[in-house]
Design a protein around this ligand. Structure first.
Ligand code: PEP
Ligand code: MN
Length: 337
């Protein structure tokens, strides 16, 4: 971290800043120029509050030269993280297809969709039991009963299950869930992230709709700093000025995250676009761009879906898409040298 001081800083204030930093175990390299003095801080600077230092009378500017996230940072962990769930792996050159309805609605619905997506090549069943809906009058999900139905579908198909947690108090219900999803709206629910960091199940963190890469990685850091290294990142579109699509899919997230972090990257073209005809082209683009997997909403009767019907693929459309995705992924592997 670099601290640029204002010209002729007050001596006592400078002394007190230096003592405070030294007490925190920070080494200070001072460089005195003609008009300005610059302090180079080395050590455990991630716990320092840059805004607090920048607000001091004697300070002109503060800049971090290193990212504030450590566990999630590729610099400290060059190898890709590979997460094993049941007998499938997420990351490390595999292509994970998570598919299923936005909401679990009935036993027949979830079992039918689970069988269909499995037959098409999906490796995980994704369905919502606790639904974060914009309106309190919309279907809120089946809650605990929804998780029971997901478990039945898992028994029936062998597919591991991914479902969203909305509050730490729900965790006991997630005992048989394989991957716990944190939705976009909860990306910065820090208490929830800490609780999920203190347990062992993999956690998939969706990007907040107006969150920067750094904020998103800091959310991963919350989970990892409590001991759970099994974190997956899911880009689901961000808010932009465009209203034609539900959100704007940020595909640059794939190469950016690949550079910044070792964590697996999943792309969700369903919530990113809100329209089923956009799901296939963006899913293909995500695989071409190097994503580790996709989260795709599939419903056996989209017209009557209780949530997100317009963006849901019918099983037949998912089947076609899954084959194309797996072929593209296999082809790209042959091109790696
Ligand atoms: C979902 O995955 O069903 C969901 C609600 O997504 P998001 O949190 O990305 O809006
Ligand atoms: Mn949905």
């Amino acid at each position: 971290m670099i601290v640029v001081l204002k010209p002729n800083p007050n001596k006592e204030q400078l002394e007190s800043l230096l003592n405070w930093l030294q007490d925190k175990g920070i080494q200070i390299h001072t460089s005195i120029g003609m008009s300005q003095t610059i302090l180079g801080l080395v050590g455990e600077t991630s716990s320092l509050d840059t805004d607090l230092i920048a607000a001091l009378d004697i300070v002109e500017d503060v800049k971090r030269v290193q990212e504030p996230y450590k566990n999630a940072n590729r610099k400290f962990h060059p190898e890709d993280t590979v997460i094993t769930v049941g007998n499938t792996q997420i990351g490390g050159g595999t292509l994970t297809l998570m598919a299923g309805p936005c909401s679990v609605e009935t036993e027949a619905q979830i079992i039918e969709v689970a069988k269909d997506v499995k037959a098409s090549g999906a490796t995980m069943l994704r369905g919502g039991a606790f639904k974060p809906r914009t309106s309190p009058y919309s279907f809120q999900g089946l809650g605990a009963d929804g998780i029971e139905l997901l478990k039945l579908a898992k028994q029936e198909t062998g597919l591991p299950i991914v479902t969203e947690i909305m509050d730490a108090s729900q965790l006991p219900l997630f005992k048989d869930v394989d991957v716990i999803q944190v939705g976009a709206r909860n990306m910065q629910n820090f208490n929830l992230l800490k609780v999920l960091g203190a347990q062992e199940k993999p956690v998939m963190i969706k990007r907040g709709m107006s969150s920067t890469y750094e904020e998103w990685l800091m959310s991963a850091e919350y989970v990892m700093s409590k001991g759970n290294e099994n974190v997956i990142l899911c880009e689901r579109g961000i808010r932009s000025f465009e209203t034609y699509t539900r959100n704007t899919l940020d595909l640059a997230a794939i190469p950016v995250l690949r550079k910044l972090t070792h964590l697996p990257i999943i792309i969700d073209p369903s919530h990113a676009t809100g329209k089923s005809f956009l799901v296939a082209p963006l899913a293909m683009s995500a695989v071409a761009g190097g994503a580790d997997g996709l989260l795709i909403e599939v419903h056996n009767d989209p017209e009557h879906a209780l949530c997100d019907g317009p963006q849901s693929l019918r099983p037949e459309a998912f089947d076609k898409l899954a084959h194309k995705l797996l072929s593209l992924h296999a082809f790209l592997k042959t091109q790696e040298a």
